[in-house]
Design a protein around this ligand. Structure first.
Ligand code: GDD
Ligand code: MN
Length: 389
């Protein structure tokens, strides 16, 4: 509703201050890139431009070289506030550094970018403008959007790995990554509200390089925009990504996906089914190799299946939620639960057949389902109970 007023008043759009921006830059031995990076950031976001909003830069550093000193020195010459947080312990690698950086800033928009100038600082104002214009909570600078390019990826091998991991991530998270063509991007802008949603609940626990993947899945940003960009060559120094990072990425995907209990139940079922293989193999060996009677043979073979299940479940599905710190004790409880299986299932079966009058085959199927569900609930809610962040 509007009321008439005798004097013209400026419309709110004119007086609204532009949103504040915090740049978070993870660094690991990037001394030779700092000066050039800061001068390009200042050129892209000149602090004295009319109507310029507040901008600050935070380097989160795990370097073993003199990067922190170089940053402090460059900060003295830089017209925008620049700080460096050197971490004594590099928890979570690149992704851990970014999350630590985000929690140490306060601006409405957080822009994450690399220090080596493969991410063009000139795009920052456009990322923010796109977010403001569309209301999106996440704006991704994408190598795969129309007009983008990844020519700066060193060699066919890196291109292949990058393309394949993008496909895998999108297949594992079709909904969360639906609007993101480049979930592996290290260059994006995100609104603080979205990050805070991710920090409450289970919290953010990135593993290594793929911080955008973590934020897109755990924060479920409302509205995603993308801008194409050309992933350039490194300005100086060398890439820190390794084969180990690639393996960390797969573990990261498994952890993220199994954050939902439905997905954990499916994983638990699949791992359980895969345990038939070692179980049957050991059974065959014992019966045919040593001539053992099938009853003790199956009791032993069952242990092989349980061990297999335990190793996969403990290292992949519940890696982050080990309550008991000693692996041998976790293995014992898991094994006890697995062996209790028969003890519970046979009386249950008898009850279903005699008292409920269900024929033996469907009764067996039913008992298997009940015991599976029980086992899952005990493993998921007791042995590896999740803590709230
Ligand atoms: N604090 C910290 N700790 N920073 C790190 C670490 C670490 O353990 N490892 C790497 N960095 C910093 C580097 O110093 C650099 O500023 C940035 O993270 C990216 O590292 P690069 O080694 O240059 O990675 P890249 O070029 O192979 O890949 C980057 O770009 C891709 C495309 O956007 C990464 O951002 C990838 O995640 C991204 O997919
Ligand atoms: Mn790089």
């Amino acid at each position: 509703m509007t009321t008439s007023s005798p004097l013209p008043v400026p419309t709110p759009a004119v007086v609204t201050a532009p949103p504040a921006i915090s740049l978070v830059v993870p660094t690991f031995n990037e001394a030779a890139n700092i000066d050039e990076l800061l001068s390009r950031i200042c050129a892209a976001l000149p602090p004295d431009a009319p109507g310029a909003g507040a901008v600050d830069v935070l380097f989160v550093d795990d370097s073993t070289d003199n990067t922190p000193e170089v940053v402090r020195d460059a900060a003295l010459r830089c017209p925008i506030p620049v700080a460096v947080h050197h971490r004594p312990e590099p928890h979570g690698g690149l992704g851990g550094a970014v999350v630590e950086g985000i929690t140490r800033t306060t601006a409405t928009w957080i822009v994450v970018m690399d220090a080596d100038l493969q991410h063009p600082p000139g795009l920052i104002p456009e990322l923010i403008a796109a977010g403001e214009r569309t209301g999106a909570e996440l704006v991704v600078a994408s190598r795969y959007a129309d007009g983008g390019s990844r020519q700066g990826l060193a060699g066919g091998y890196r291109m292949l790995v990058s393309g394949a991991s993008t496909l895998v991530a999108k297949a594992v998270f079709p909904r969360a990554l639906h609007a993101v063509s480049d979930p592996m991007s290290g260059f994006f802008a995100i609104r603080r509200e979205a990050v805070e949603r991710g920090l409450s609940g289970e919290g953010l626990r990135p593993l290594g390089y793929k911080i955008l993947l973590e934020l897109a899945v755990r924060c479920r940003p409302r509205g995603v925009a993308e801008l194409p960009y050309e992933f350039g060559e490194r300005f100086a120094g060398e890439s820190k990504s390794t084969l180990k990072e690639g393996l960390r990425f797969l573990r990261h995907l498994a952890l993220l996906r199994t954050a939902e209990s439905r997905a954990r139940m499916i994983a638990f079922g699949l791992v359980g089914a895969s345990g038939f293989l070692p179980n049957l193999a050991v059974l065959w060996l014992l019966i045919h190799g040593t001539g053992m009677h099938y009853v003790p043979a199956e009791i032993i073979a069952n242990q092989a299946g349980l061990l297999w299940n335990f190793l996969i479940i403990d290292s992949l599905v519940y890696r982050d939620h080990r309550r008991q710190h000693r692996r041998s004790l976790r293995m014992l409880s898991f094994g006890a639960l697995g062996n209790a299986d028969l003890v519970v299932r046979i009386p249950l079966l008898a009850l279903l057949v005699t008292a409920a009058g269900i024929p033996p085959v469907p009764a067996t199927a039913l008992s298997l389902i009940v015991v599976f569900a029980l086992r899952f609930v005990i493993v998921d809610r007791v042995l590896y109970r999740r803590r709230q962040a």
